[in-house]
Design a protein around this ligand. Structure first.
Ligand code: FAD
Length: 235
């Protein structure tokens, strides 16, 4: 994967008591004690103990326990094609740079897909085409067309930025779907970077923020990349 281009990602927010919050949620389900006592108890200081229970509860599919933790990322330098794929995830909250309120003043920024960039002749044509679009966009806005209508000519390649927030359950779901090699390269890189940002601070999550085949033990796609045996091979 072309690691040096596409998304810039920073984790900008996560709860201070991430592990303790999940642990309290898990134990609340199986304890006569109150959540507050569980939160304050000694075992909620013991990382190993908390992780043992949390891993057991998540592995059993008791996912509501990880919905209490919300993380936010600042994302820039992704294409509108990529952001459109991301906004299909309905449990994610988005604040995206507006093409209605932010008028392009010169050549708009855009992302060139790697497959095109690797072909110098096509890359040159691509750049020229973006420049033509930009000229026409500016012609429209200079003639009084509001940005919200002039944007009709902007391409899927136009770059965008957004702040996205989601709970841990949704992030794991997102990783399972979009880290799969069947997902498009750009969104795969974006989600990989989001996961890496969080794993830097919460190393234990690396076993969950994986393509779905890692969790299933097999591939359920029509066209498999071969990383895991297919469902048919397993059955
Ligand atoms: C490789 C790949 C190719 C794709 N190609 C296409 C394509 O060609 N065309 C296209 O339109 N889309 C395509 N998609 C998008 C896909 O169909 C989903 O819209 C997207 O991945 C969001 O997934 P989701 O619905 O599981 O997740 P989310 O919206 O994040 O929801 C998470 C989970 O919540 C539950 N949920 C959410 N909303 C509902 C609901 N209304 N009813 C019941 N349960 C719900 C489901 O269990 C769901 O899995 C593609 C996605 C991938 C990963």
């Amino acid at each position: 994967m072309p690691e040096d281009k596409y998304a810039c990602v920073r984790l900008i927010s996560k709860p201070q008591n991430l592990l303790k919050t999940i642990y309290t949620a898990c134990r609340t389900c199986y304890s006569a004690d109150s959540p507050l006592n569980i939160f304050d108890c000694e075992s909620a200081q013991d990382k190993e103990k908390m992780l043992k229970l949390i891993n057991r509860v998540i592995s059993s599919g008791h996912y509501s326990t990880i919905e209490h933790v919300q993380v936010s990322f600042a994302i820039s330098n992704i294409s509108r094609a990529c952001s459109h794929q991301l906004v299909r995830h309905r449990h994610v909250s988005f604040s995206q740079k507006s093409q209605r309120y932010v008028k392009e003043k010169g050549q708009f920024d855009y992302l060139i897909p790697d497959t095109i960039e690797r072909n110098p002749e096509l890359k040159e044509k691509f750049d020229n085409f973006m420049s033509e679009i930009s000229k026409f966009y500016l012609e429209l806005t200079e003639n009084g067309i509001p940005a919200e209508d002039a944007r009709a000519v902007l391409p899927n390649a136009a770059s965008t930025s957004m702040v996205v927030s989601m709970n841990l359950r949704e992030l794991i779901h997102l990783a399972n779907l979009r880290l799969c090699t069947r997902a498009q390269t750009e969104i795969r890189i974006l989600i990989k970077r989001m996961c890496e940002e969080l794993v830097k601070e919460e190393e234990w999550l690396k076993d969950y923020l994986v393509p779905k085949c890692e969790r299933l033990g097999y591939c359920d796609e029509d066209k498999s990349c071969g990383r895991k045996p297919t469902k048919e091979q397993i059955l």
